[in-house]
Design a binder for this molecule. Structure first.
Ligand SMILES: NC(=O)C1=CN([C@@H]2O[C@H](COP(=O)(O)OP(=O)(O)OC[C@H]3O[C@@H](n4cnc5c(N)ncnc54)[C@H](O)[C@@H]3O)[C@@H](O)[C@H]2O)C=CC1
Ligand SMILES: CC(=O)C(=O)O
Ligand SMILES: [Mg+2]
Length: 597
């Protein structure tokens, strides 16, 4: 593909597979070029390119810079009356990478959680044109062809796929899930410089159990209940096989699958291919990193740490697993022993061994002996807190306001610096609000939240509230996976990523600062995470890319050189190379918010 010069020689590193500076090959002209999101510069086409690519008459005469385009776009963005309108504006605008990079902090919540949730819930009503690859369970025989049309074998590095069953905290959204794949890929590009034209967002439409969607005459997805069982498994398998066959180097990111499937699919494919489940592993890594930073402030040691996970679904058990692994690693305890330092609560209350047949496989390691809880109330959160005296309380329950004043005050009675992480998205589902948590703990709580919150003032002191969202980890992990071409995403790579993130916590230097780095620093954080992933992939013998520098500084430079930036490159005319026959040559993948307007 023209967007990606292969075998580029770099003066220092020689072969740099993914570097993207220098002229960009272009086989399109005229209106077709203006429709190609990765090549279109809109009003920024310089006079010589307007001539060479037959654009005269198709653009107003004044040539603008990217900066001027961004300024215009920002004015238009700012004039939209609310966040959902702003979100919709962004999806219809193709220079948004440069725009968002300049206003990242302000726009993050508009292009991601919470507003993206609203956009997904209204997908079929807001729909204007398709972005990404739509696969449906009734057309399994077409999956391979549908996947194949996005490029040649070398063209795709990263595929984000969702089946839409558990979108953020808003449940089953059917075909609208395409937008979570699109949004996660936009974040890969913004936060880790993954080349937008080398990514593919996918939705696996298996029907929906969302009655409102089924009744909506404008709903765009398959209008039938979710298909489960063998047919579902075969659909997922057909998809994975088509990805492997057509893009053998691509890394697959699973997003927002439902509880019955998320962990099962991850466990099935982890030993075979380079894949990742963001809700299980991304959330686990970022939450463990936040806890590590908080332990540094509160001086709690791994051997003493007690953690209570409220909501033991996909994210909750993913987090519990990461914490269990970290305790085992740091204390030389067995996993089983380490697991005893974690208590999981779900709808029926504390997970107990006697309820084993009602538990998911991921919950079983955390089920407690019933004997420990005889004569004690194991259904009510306050009573459980009273018994367990947790240092850390994590919310992934989707139950808003479930961390009540009574529960938090009870927690603060037993530990000096309660670590409290209400992670349920979107914002309205958070288990508690940071201002309340500070009030109820007299400013002692160490807090991070799933969606962004402004700083909180308490007794004249301003506290930063860190965002504990997998968006801080998955981009760097993906960048490391892609650059090393790791064959597998094995647990040591995730441990390394978590430590790299925890080492960047602002709270290590200033206890009033956030437990995790701010989104505005995430590109450099991604470099550190990617470096740790690459080094560990090499150590584990998993790297298929062999020409990787050993020296730490060189390695960081090697990573940075291969991160994509939202700048315009000169176009070089080539004869038709077949690129425009790919689906994304015409439509874009939706994450390639770069071309001009
Ligand atoms: N901050 C972050 O990075 C992330 C946040 N999340 C958020 O975590 C939440 C859960 O997501 P998933 O784990 O994917 O969903 P899930 O459906 O797999 O898990 C939710 C769990 O909470 C339980 N639950 C529901 N009501 C409860 C109650 N009243 N008391 C106790 N448990 C209750 C459910 O039975 C289920 O086991 C969502 O709001 C999601 O947005 C998920 C992934 C990442
Ligand atoms: C952040 C995320 O992945 C979720 O809420 O599902
Ligand atoms: Mg998710």
């Amino acid at each position: 593909m023209g967007a990606h010069p292969k075998d580029k020689k770099h003066p220092r590193f020689g072969h740099l597979p993914l570097a993207t500076s220098g002229p960009q090959e272009c086989a399109l002209t005229g209106a077709a070029l203006l429709r190609a999101p990765y090549l279109n510069k809109g009003s920024a086409f310089p006079p010589e390119e307007r001539k060479e690519f037959k654009l005269h008459g198709l653009l107003p005469p004044n040539v603008q810079t990217l900066e001027e385009q961004v300024q215009r776009a920002y004015e238009q963005y700012s004039s939209r009356p609310n966040d959902l309108a702003k979100n919709t504006f962004m999806t219809s605008l193709k220079e948004q990478n440069a725009l968002i990079e300049e206003h990242l902090k302000e726009m993050f919540s508009v292009i991601y959680t919470p507003t993206e949730g609203e956009a997904i819930a209204n997908y079929s009503r807001l729909f204007r044109r398709p972005e990404g690859c739509f696969l449906n369970i009734e057309d399994q025989d077409r999956v391979d062809d549908n996947i194949a049309q996005w490029g040649n074998a070398e063209d795709i590095d990263l595929i984000v796929v969702s089946d839409g069953e558990q979108i953020l905290g808003i449940g089953d959204q059917g075909v609208g899930a395409i937008l979570i794949s699109v949004a996660k890929l936009a974040i890969y590009t913004l936060c880790a410089g993954i080349h937008p034209s080398r990514t593919l967002p996918v939705v696996l439409d298996c029907g929906t159990n969302n009655d409102e969607l089924l009744k909506d005459e404008l709903y765009l997805g398959l209008r039938k209940p979710r298909v489960r069982g063998e047919e579902y498994d075969s659909f997922v398998d057909t998809f994975v096989k088509a990805c492997r066959k057509n893009y053998p180097k691509a890394y697959i990111h699973f997003e927002d699958f439902g509880l019955p499937n998320a962990r099962r699919i991850l466990d099935k494919y982890t030993p075979k291919i380079a894949c990742f489940n963001d809700d299980v592993q991304g959330t686990g890594c970022v939450t463990l990193a936040a806890i590590m930073a908080a332990m540094n402030v509160s001086k709690v040691k791994y051997e003493d740490l007690r953690v209570l996970c409220f909501g033991a679904g996909t994210a909750g058990t993913g987090i519990a697993d990461q914490i269990m692994d970290a305790i085992a690693l740091e204390t030389n305890k067995s996993k089983e022993e380490a697991g005893k330092q974690i208590w999981c609560v779900d709808k029926p209350g504390l997970l107990l061994k006697s309820k084993k047949d009602q538990l998911t496989p991921a919950q079983i390691p955390f089920a407690r002996d019933d004997a420990e809880w005889e004569d004690k109330d194991h259904n009510d959160l306050v009573s459980i807190i009273k018994e367990v005296k947790p240092h850390a309380l994590i919310g992934t329950s989707t139950k808003p306001k479930s961390f009540t004043e009574e529960a938090i005050r009870e927690m603060a009675k037993h530990v000096e610096r309660p670590i409290i992480l209400p992670l349920s998205n979107p914002t309205k589902l958070h288990e508690a609000r940071p201002d309340d948590l500070f009030k109820w703990t007299d400013g002692k709580a160490l807090i991070a939240t799933g969606s962004p919150f402004p700083p909180v003032e308490h007794n004249g002191t301003k506290y930063e509230v860190a965002e504990c969202n997998n968006s801080t980890t998955f981009p760097g992990i993906g960048l490391g996976a892609i650059l090393s071409r790791t064959r597998l995403m094995s647990p040591p790579l995730l441990v390394a990523a978590t430590k790299a993130l925890a080492a960047q916590a602002p709270a290590l230097k200033d206890p009033k600062a956030g437990l995790l780095p701010d989104v505005t620093d995430v590109r450099e954080i991604s470099v550190k995470i990617a470096k740790a992933v690459i080094q560990t992939s090499i150590k584990e013998g998993l790297n298929e890319e062999k020409e990787i520098p050993e020296d730490e500084e060189d390695l960081e430079e090697w990573i940075r050189e291969q991160m994509w930036d939202a700048t315009y490159r000169p176009l070089k005319k080539v004869e038709h190379d077949g690129a425009s026959s790919h689906a994304k040559g015409e439509q874009g993948t939706g994450s390639a918010r770069r071309g001009g307007s």
